[in-house]
Design a protein around this ligand. Structure first.
Ligand SMILES: [Zn+2]
Length: 217
């Protein structure tokens, strides 16, 4: 039986990507959260529910100020990071927050990840760090927004995890995967030597290339 669900596509994407987040090792338990925007509404993962149990109808809908509009489940306690970023950045169609282990290691050190691998251009010329604030607070959302600015597609959240954005929730998920990959490579590289860093002008070239690639879709 087909069900008529508001924002069906976005809710399905949140449900599917939640399972992928676990499968890809980007988080453990109920940590992290995912949101997909449609205009001035946002489908966001529910609070405290295991990812492999979240079906599209479990995904609540909030407005750009985080007010709960629809769905029986309570929106993620970290909704502010999602709605504040979506509200402030017109280019953002989806947000993925993870506690992925390699990236969280650098987040624990409060250290930005430099461009020791070219794929960091998915994010920018580095992965910046937002200073520590308590999870779920407006202060954390503000710190994340400051770190992202207009140009970065992800930042580390000090002693916490990762915030990744994209023009769609699928793109944001891809960015979250790239963050973890680049963090792992950087970790390995500094473990055995001193990595070379891709120069800023080459990052610019890569950003242009990625943009052209994106337009092919
Ligand atoms: Zn978190």
């Amino acid at each position: 039986m087909t069900q008529d669900l508001t924002l069906q596509e976005e809710r399905t994407a949140v449900s599917d990507l939640g399972r992928q987040m676990l499968d890809q090792g980007l988080t453990t338990g109920t940590g992290g959260n995912i949101s997909a925007r449609n205009g001035d509404r946002v489908a966001i993962s529910p609070s405290g529910m295991p990812y492999d149990e979240i079906d599209p109808e479990d995904v609540p809908i909030v407005d750009l100020n985080g007010n709960h509009l629809e769905g029986d489940r309570k929106p993620s306690s970290e909704f502010r990071m999602h709605t504040d970023v979506i509200r402030e950045r017109d280019d953002v169609g989806g947000v993925v927050h993870t506690h992925s282990p390699y990236a969280s290691t650098f987040a624990s050190l409060g250290e930005p990840i430099p461009a020791s691998h070219y794929l960091i251009a998915f994010i920018g010329n580095k992965i910046p760090v937002a200073p520590y604030e308590t999870y779920g607070t407006a202060e954390l959302a503000e710190a994340a927004l400051d770190a992202l600015g207009e140009e970065y597609n992800a930042c580390l959240l000090e002693q916490h995890g990762v915030l990744a954005v994209g023009d769609s929730v699928e793109a944001a998920f891809e960015v979250a995967l790239m963050v973890e990959y680049c963090a792992r490579i950087h970790y390995q590289a500094v473990s055995i030597g001193e990595p070379n860093i891709v120069p800023d002008e080459e990052i610019e070239t890569l950003l242009d290339r990625f943009e052209d690639y994106g337009q092919d879709h």
